[in-house]
Design a protein around this ligand. Structure first.
Ligand SMILES: Nc1ncnc2c1ncn2[C@@H]1O[C@H](COP(=O)(O)OP(=O)(O)O)[C@@H](O)[C@H]1O
Ligand SMILES: [Mg+2]
Length: 284
């Protein structure tokens, strides 16, 4: 984590290298198969692309291979066959020592959270910014706002062990989005969160996506998928298919449909997402 990029690695795998930032794709799988050890393949002939700025859900029953597919993207596992490209790089051709530079461009919400137990909530979220070399005074207020947004404003100094499952999950989400990564991967990010907070989290992802982050969310929460109206990649027994987007019928979601679109404004009682997420007016 503390390793500094060599100039060569930073040049080759930093944000400035030459994949087309307008079209990407950020991720491309071609004929990907994956197996654990000698067991049968859990992913079979998987092919898809995630264009820059796209927002997809990854659905499918438990055991279908959703987490395994995400692990291939965040470089925790390797494909058994086929090609995985990330930010224009064939990951098999990237030197092992240089993989962290690609990984740093990805925000991940792990299914099992992976919080640092010895650090309070605030510091868990601050860590990726510290690693990126930011000074505390430049992000303190932003983190406080973000934690308030996810309902943890009163738990900023709490240790992870004292948080409920849902609170840990929201903390993990805050940590994944705080850097405004180029790619956000979330594995069942609302699995322990009530429906109302789930929609708020969805708005956070939509807002991040509006600001340019490419998003892929693995979930079996059909309500969330229906309300968002985003394209769906569906896995079944390791095989991928595209599903038509199914929006929830309007009467069922009168309060949410329009807010999830480009015109979304925070409700009066919601803190504004002050850090760059919600503050695009001043730019450009
Ligand atoms: N570390 C592992 N070692 C061996 N088999 C695994 C491992 N992780 C997942 N699997 C198997 O891979 C298949 C897909 O699992 P997973 O990707 O976790 O699916 P999902 O996230 O859709 O529930 C399952 O049959 C699961 O048992
Ligand atoms: Mg899973």
């Amino acid at each position: 984590m503390s390793r500094q990029p060599t100039p060569r690695a930073a040049a080759a795998y930093g944000a400035e290298e030459a994949f087309d930032p307008t079209t990407g794709p950020v991720v491309r799988f071609q004929n990907v198969g994956m197996r654990y050890g000698r067991a049968p393949e859990v992913l079979k002939d998987v092919g898809f692309t995630l264009p820059v700025g796209s927002f997809h859900f990854l659905t499918g029953p438990s055991g279908a291979g959703k987490s395994s597919l995400l692990k291939l993207i965040y470089l925790a596992n390797r494909a058994s066959r086929g090609t995985v490209q990330l930010f224009g790089h064939d990951v098999e051709r990237v030197a092992r020592a240089d993989l962290p530079y690609l990984r740093r461009r990805i925000g991940v919400v792990f299914q099992e959270y992976r919080l640092l137990d010895h650090l309070p909530a605030f510091d868990n979220v601050a860590l990726p910014l510290r690693i990126a070399g930011r000074k505390p005074q430049t992000y303190r207020d932003d983190i406080a706002e973000l934690l308030t947004w996810v309902g943890l404003g009163h738990k900023m100094q709490a240790m992870p062990a004292t948080l409920s499952g849902g609170e840990k999950q929201r903390l993990a989400i805050a940590r994944a989005v705080v850097t405004q990564p180029e790619l956000l991967l979330a594995d069942e990010p609302t699995g322990n969160i009530d429906p109302e907070m789930s929609l708020k989290i969805l708005r956070l992802f939509v807002e991040l996506n509006r600001m340019g982050t490419t998003v892929l969310i693995a979930t079996h929460d059909q309500d969330l998928v229906g309300r968002a109206g985003m394209p769906v990649l569906h896995l079944n027994e390791g095989r991928l298919s595209r599903k038509a987007t199914r929006r929830a019928p309007e009467p069922a979601a009168p309060d949410y449909g329009p807010e999830l679109g480009p015109e979304y404004e925070p409700e009066p009682d919601e803190p504004e997402l002050g850090y760059d997420l919600g503050d695009e007016e001043g730019e450009a």
